[in-house]
Design a protein around this ligand. Structure first.
Ligand code: HDE
Length: 489
């Protein structure tokens, strides 16, 4: 902070004579409306909060850079990925999902992993999680799902009945809940977890050739987790444990980094691959599509001001740059609308102009006016297009999306496959060892022990049985219930 002497002012710049004693009528008289500094101070204080994010409210952010370490230009024309050694400034916000702004960090919950790359072609946002999959696979189910993760409308308490009622009736959640109740459900720190784009995206190269892509940020610090008992103790002792750890690590020069890798699927494979590649409840096994290195992300600078940078950060899965496009994933498609809509409500129509969100490349368009327009508003230049002025912004046809074919009838169409079981089964049997399976069963049983409404446990055990009978039986034993008889043929 500069040592230069500053004088206190009102918001309109007038020097303040007294910031300790309000103006009153005489020694013991009432306060006067004439004390406009007092009125302004109280009124501004009342307006300090913007609505917290409806999900991912509690978060921590950091600045850094992304450096390309491998040539992927044959897959994408994205300028920021164009050559080895190229560096792009970025900002990341990590978050929990279900808790409120002041909630504890060390809870069992997915973690948001939202990255904003400030590229020369505008911002590219990769708004992912620390899990490669999600609970549901159609945006239309998201508000209902989140209601079950939040507070009960009557008691204002977290509600295991709602959580397990919904999951038991939405078996597509099995893969994600298995991941969530595994050791990875409570990361040791924000530095010790991987990040994933989760959805499938499209990359397009300079020749207009496209591939499908999935993103993996692998923590160079390694993956470390907290056991539930320690996590619970920390949640009480220091609810901001993860926030503090990240800030301190960066402040001490111990910069966390992640290696970005991608899986690439040829466009045609999507028609024949054994899993629907646009179903976000599925991974692409690495044996089918190996990881290819792209670059390294390093976090080396803390925010100066939490509200300005972390609270006002506005990420959108719809922030693409040429060479990176959406896939038909129904969840991603819903998100293309939801995020910018949330920002317009939360921080306003001109949120893109806030310093943390503003692209570092030029912004030239014909959008004008709106609340809190503070950047000159396009000045005297024409505010319409087409126009006959030569120096006004023009389209770049080479930035058009890569065309793709669509067929079929418009309808409420279900996914082709209801195989919700083979991937969680592989996770349970092939990835986890005996101790991990035991802890998974314990974590599930603990979470389900709060369920009191009839039918939910039986329905969920049936789902677990289809994943693996040992999973269902292990949980049933801990809950001291029987696996439904008709399953044990
Ligand atoms: Fe989000 N999500 N989400 N989400 N999400 C929000 O955006 C939403 C989904 C994720 O640090 C909100 O600005 C819908 C998947 C992160 O600021 C909201 C659907 C994934 C963050 C919203 C999803 C995420 C959010 C809340 C189903 C991982 C925090 C306020 C179609 C791949 C970003 C806001 C930050 C935040 C909606 C599903 C990750 C309401 C409708 C899948 C990391 O717009």
């Amino acid at each position: 902070m500069s040592e230069e002497k500053k004088y206190l002012t009102t918001a309109s710049g007038a020097p303040v004579g007294d910031n300790q004693n309000s103006i009153t009528a005489g020694h013991r008289g009432p306060t006067l409306i004439q004390d406009v500094h007092l009125l302004e101070k109280l009124a501004h204080f009342n307006r300090e909060r913007v609505p917290e994010r409806v999900v991912h409210a509690k978060g921590a952010g950091a600045h850094g850079y992304f450096e390309v370490t491998n040539d992927v230009s044959k897959y994408t024309k994205a300028a920021f990925l164009s050559e080895i050694g190229k560096k792009t400034p970025m900002f990341i916000r990590f978050s929990t999902v279900a808790g409120e702004l002041g909630s504890a960090d060390t809870v069992r919950d997915p973690r948001g992993f939202a990255v904003k790359f400030y590229t020369e072609e505008g911002n590219y946002d990769l708004v992912g999680n620390n899990t490669p999959i999600f609970f549901i696979r159609d945006a239309i189910k998201f508000p209902d799902f989140i209601h079950t993760q939040k507070r009960n409308p009557q008691t204002n308490l977290k509600d295991p009945n709602a959580v397990w009622d919904f999951w038991s009736l939405s078996p597509e959640s099995l893969h994600q809940i298995t991941y969530l109740h595994s050791d990875r459900g409570i990361p040791a720190t924000l530095r010790h977890m991987n990040g994933y784009g989760s959805h499938t995206f499209k990359w397009v190269n300079n020749d207009g050739e496209a591939v499908w892509v999935k993103y993996h940020f692998i923590a160079d610090q390694g993956v470390k987790n907290l056991d539930p008992a320690t996590a619970t103790t920390i949640a009480g002792d220091n609810p901001d444990y993860h926030t503090q750890d990240l800030f301190n690590a960066i402040a001490e020069g111990d910069y966390p980094s992640w290696t970005l890798k991608v899986q690439i699927m040829p466009i045609e494979d999507a028609n024949t691959y054994r899993y629907d590649p646009f179903d976000v409840t599925k991974v692409w096994p690495h044996a089918d599509y190996p990881l290819i290195e792209v670059g390294r992300m390093v976090l080396d600078r803390n925010p100066e001001n939490y509200f300005a940078e972390v609270e006002q950060a506005a990420f959108s899965p719809g922030h693409f740059v040429p060479g990176i496009e959406a896939s038909p994933d129904k969840m991603l498609q819903g998100r293309l609308f939801a995020y910018s809509d949330a920002h317009r409500y939360r921080i306003g129509a001109n949120h893109e102009a806030l310093p943390i969100n503003r692209a570092k490349s030029p912004i030239n368009n014909y959008q004008r006016d709106g609340q809190m327009r503070f950047d000159g508003n396009g000045g005297s230049a024409p505010n319409y297009e087409p126009n006959s002025f030569s120096s006004t912004p023009k389209e770049t046809p080479e930035s058009k999306i890569s065309p793709f074919e669509v067929t079929g009838f418009a309808d409420s169409v279900a996914y082709d496959s209801d195989d919700h079981y083979s991937q969680p089964r592989a996770l349970f049997n092939d990835v986890m060892n005996d101790e991990e399976r035991e802890r998974l069963i314990q974590n599930f049983a603990e979470s389900m022990s709060g369920v009191t409404r009839e039918g939910i446990i039986e329905r969920q055990l049936e789902n677990f049985y289809k994943v693996d009978p040992a999973l269902a039986e292990g949980i049933a034993e801990k809950l001291q219930v029987e696996v439904p008889a008709h399953l044990k043929k």
